[in-house]
Design a protein. Structure first.
Lengths: 265, 400
C-alpha cells in the first residue's frame, strides 16, 4: 500500500538518524566545517523563526478570520477577500522568498535577519490560520450566538465571551499545525534569514540564524565533505521530522482533549 | 462604561478586525507589485553589461546583432560574417582581454593612455573586427559602427533556448528549457501520483473499515507535513542511486527522480481531495447501482468515479500546482542542467529551483537579479492560473 511505502521513507531516515542523536548532538555548535559537533544553532534558529512568524501571523490571522466569519455578510467583498486568501495560499514558497527579499531585506533594509525571515514565514502561514479560524468559528452553533444576543449582549461581547471560547481549541490546533509547517519551510528563508554556517546564537532580531531545513540542504548538497557530513544530515532530518511529528501529535491530542471536554459539559 | 463609549469600542474593534482581514489581499497585491517592479526592469535593460560598448568596422554591412548571435560569435561558433548576412570575412574578436595580441603593450602607454587612439586605428583598419570594450576607453572620434544593443525582448525571454544569465559579453536569458523542465517534472509527478492516490482514496472511502481509516487518515495528514527538504534528502540518498543503477546512467539526478519525489509529495493532497469528492457521492446512487445487480467494482467505476470526476480533476490540477511550485526537493534531486529535456532520464532544471539556486549569487538590481524576478512572475502566473482553474471547477461542482 501507498501508506506503507511512505512509511518506509520515514523509517529509513529515523533508523539512521536516531544513531547520531545524543545530548551532545542537540546541544553543541557545529565544528570542523560542519563534519562534527552538533546542530544547536540550527535548532534554536528554527524555533526562533517559528515563534517569530506566529507572533505576527497568529493575531492577524485570527482577527481576520473573526472579521470574515462574524462581521461580513455574503457579498462581493467577502468572496474577494476569500479568493485573495486562497490565492495567497497557492503562491509557491519560493515566490514568498523573492517577495521577502525584495520588501523586507532590500526595501525596508532589515538585511538578512530574523525579523525579515519571520515576517516572510508569517505571511506564508497566514492563509492557513485564517482558514482554520474560519472553520472553527463556523462550527460554533448558531443557537449560542442568538442566545447571547437574546440576553442583551452586544456583538463584541458575544464574540469574546461565547463564540471564541468555544472555537478556541480548534483555533489553537490550527496554530500548532501551522507552526509545524513553518518549521520545515526552506525556500522562503533562503534569502531572508538563513545563514550557511554561523556557530553562535542570535542576539537580536536583526541577526542571521541557521535553521534546520536549510542546514539539511547545505549538508547534503554543498558541505565541505559530503560523505563525512552524512550522519549529521541524517540526524538533522530526524530532528526535523520529530518536530513536525510532535507538533502534529500535539494538535491531534488537543483536538481530542477539548472535544471530550466540550461533550462533558 | 456608558453606552456611547461601548459603541465606540465596538467600532474600534471592528476597524481593527477589518484591517487585519485586508492583510492577505494587501500581501497578494504587494507580491504582484514587487515582482513586477523588479522583473519588468529586465525588459528595460540591455543584455550586455552596463558601461560597455560593442562596435564593428564601419564598412561592415552588419549593423545589428541579437544576444544569441553575440554569444555565438564570442564562443567562436560563428567565425565568418557571411553567416550573419555580412561579407565573406572572418570575424576578429577584439576585447580588453586580448588587446595585446593585436597591439603591442608599449604602444598602449604606461597607463594605457593611448589605448583609445590605438583601438580606433585598429577598428577602422580591420574589416572583420568586432570590438567589446568598457565605455571609459571609447575614443571621442570613434570611426566605427557602434552596434545598438536592444533591450531584452519578452519573446526572447520566453522562447529563448539558452539560459546562461551570467554569460559575457551577452547574457543568454531564454527560459524555455526551465519552463519545459518544470512541466516535465510536474506532469511526470502526476502520472505517478494519480493512479496511486486514486486507488488509495477509493480504498479509504469505500473499502477500508472505519477503524483502519481513523488510523490512516491522520498518518496521511502527517505525511503532508513532512518538510520538502526531507523528501529531497531521501531522494538524494535513496532514489538517485537506485535510478542510476537501474538505468545504468552516469548521473542519477534526473527528471525521473524529481517526478518520483514530487509524486510522493503530492500524494497526500490528491488522496485527501479525491476522498472528499468520493464521499460526496450520494448513498442512494450507490445503493441503486448495487440494487441493479452491479458488483462493487462496477459501481466504483461506473457510478462513483464519474460522479466525483470534477473533484478528481481539482485534485489533479492542485497536485500539478504544488509540483510546479515545489523548490527544495526538486533542487536537490533533478541535477539542475538548463537544457531542453528530451527524456526523463536527463537532468533538468525547474523555475523555482533556478531561483533558489541563483538568487544568492546574483548582485541586487543587476540583470541576473531582474531576470530571476521575471522568472518569479512567470511562476506566479502559472500557479495563479492553476488556482483559478481549481476555483472554477469547485464553483461548477457547487452549482451542479
Amino acid at each position: 500500500m501507498v501508506v506503507a511505502m511512505l512509511f518506509v521513507i520515514l523509517f529509513f531516515i529515523c533508523i539512521r538518524g536516531i544513531k547520531v542523536i545524543n545530548w551532545e548532538f542537540l546541544t553543541t555548535m557545529p565544528k570542523d566545517g560542519m563534519t562534527k559537533g552538533g546542530i544547536l544553532p540550527a535548532i534554536i534558529g528554527t524555533f526562533t523563526l517559528m515563534f517569530g512568524s506566529m507572533l505576527f501571523a497568529f493575531p492577524i490571522g485570527v482577527l481576520s478570520g473573526i472579521y470574515t466569519n462574524e462581521y461580513l455578510k455574503e457579498s462581493w467583498f467577502k468572496s474577494f477577500l476569500r479568493s485573495m486568501t486562497n490565492n495567497l495560499a497557492g503562491i509557491p514558497s519560493i515566490v514568498f522568498g523573492l517577495f521577502g527579499m525584495a520588501l523586507f531585506v532590500n526595501k525596508l533594509h532589515f538585511g538578512d535577519s530574523i525579523i525579515a525571515g519571520s515576517l516572510t514565514l508569517g505571511l506564508l502561514a497566514l492563509p492557513v490560520i485564517i482558514r482554520t479560524t474560519e472553520e472553527a468559528l463556523k462550527s460554533v452553533d448558531m443557537s449560542l450566538r442568538t442566545g447571547s444576543y437574546a440576553l442583551g449582549a452586544t456583538k463584541l461581547q458575544t464574540i469574546r465571551r461565547v463564540v471564541l471560547p468555544v472555537a478556541f481549541p480548534n483555533i489553537l490546533t490550527g496554530l500548532i499545525l501551522s507552526m509545524g509547517r513553518v518549521s520545515g519551510e526552506t525556500a522562503p528563508i533562503l534569502f531572508t534569514v538563513a545563514a550557511y554556517f554561523l556557530p553562535k546564537l542570535p542576539h537580536s532580531i536583526f541577526d542571521q540564524v541557521m535553521a534546520l531545513p536549510y542546514h539539511l540542504y547545505v549538508l547534503t548538497t554543498s558541505g565541505t565533505d559530503i560523505e563525512a557530513t552524512r550522519p549529521i544530515a541524517y540526524g538533522t532530518a530526524f530532528v526535523l521530522i520529530m518536530i513536525v511529528l510532535i507538533f502534529n501529535l500535539m494538535a491531534n491530542w488537543l483536538r481530542r482533549y477539548f472535544s471530550k471536554k466540550v461533550k462533558m459539559n | 462604561m456608558n453606552k456611547s463609549q461601548r459603541k465606540k469600542i465596538e467600532k474600534i474593534v471592528e476597524g481593527v478586525l477589518f484591517s487585519s482581514s485586508t492583510v492577505t489581499s494587501i500581501t497578494v497585491i504587494f507580491i504582484i507589485i514587487f515582482l513586477f517592479n523588479e522583473g519588468i526592469g529586465l525588459f528595460r535593460s540591455k543584455p550586455i553589461e552596463v558601461g560597455y560598448f560593442m562596435a564593428v568596422n564601419k564598412d561592415n554591412p552588419v549593423k545589428q546583432l541579437s544576444p544569441s548571435d553575440i554569444d555565438l560569435i564570442f564562443n567562436q561558433d560563428i567565425t565568418n560574417w557571411s553567416k550573419l548576412g555580412g561579407k565573406n570575412d572572418s570575424i576578429i574578436l577584439f576585447t580588453y582581454n586580448n588587446i595585446t595580441s593585436y597591439i603591442s603593450e608599449d604602444s598602449l602607454g604606461a597607463n594605457q593612455e593611448y589605448l583609445p587612439a590605438q583601438m580606433n586605428k585598429f577598428i577602422s583598419s580591420t574589416s572583420g573586427v568586432i570590438a567589446f570594450f568598457p565605455e571609459s576607453f571609447k575614443p571621442k572620434n570613434l570611426i566605427a559602427t557602434v552596434l545598438p544593443i536592444k533591450n531584452v525582448k519578452i519573446s526572447e525571454f520566453l522562447m529563448g533556448k539558452n539560459w546562461y544569465p551570467t554569460n559575457q559579453p551577452a547574457a543568454q536569458l531564454g527560459i524555455l528549457p526551465l519552463i519545459l523542465g518544470t512541466l516535465w517534472v510536474s506532469f511526470g509527478a502526476i502520472l505517478i501520483a494519480l493512479p496511486l492516490g486514486l486507488a488509495t482514496a477509493i480504498y479509504l472511502a469505500e473499502v477500508a473499515d472505519k477503524r483502519l481509516r481513523n488510523i490512516l487518515k491522520p498518518l496521511i495528514e502527517l505525511l503532508a507535513g513532512i518538510p520538502s527538504v526531507v523528501y529531497g534528502f531521501f531522494g538524494l540518498v535513496v532514489i538517485v542511486p537506485l535510478v542510476q543503477k537501474t538505468f545504468g546512467l552516469a548521473v542519477g539526478e534526473t527528471a525521473l527522480v524529481g517526478s518520483i519525489i514530487l509524486g510522493i509529495m503530492a500524494l497526500p493532497t490528491i488522496i485527501t481531495i479525491t476522498e472528499d469528492a468520493i464521499l460526496t457521492t450520494p448513498q442512494s446512487q450507490k445503493e441503486a447501482s448495487l440494487a441493479l445487480g452491479a458488483s462493487r467494482w462496477q459501481t466504483m467505476v461506473r457510478v462513483i468515479i464519474p460522479y466525483s470526476k470534477s473533484g478528481i480533476a481539482a485534485a489533479i490540477i492542485l497536485g500539478i500546482g504544488r509540483a510546479v511550485g515545489e523548490t527544495m526537493a526538486v533542487l536537490m534531486v533533478t541535477g539542475n542542467a538548463s537544457v531542453i529535456p528530451h527524456s526523463f532520464l536527463q537532468p533538468v532544471r525547474t523555475i523555482p529551483a533556478t531561483i533558489a539556486a541563483e538568487l544568492g549569487e546574483a548582485p541586487v538590481g543587476g540583470l541576473h537579479f531582474k531576470a530571476l524576478f521575471a522568472l518569479g512572475i512567470v511562476l506566479f502566473i502559472i500557479t495563479f492560473g492553476i488556482n483559478l482553474a481549481v476555483e472554477i471547477i469547485k464553483s461548477r461542482t457547487r452549482r451542479a
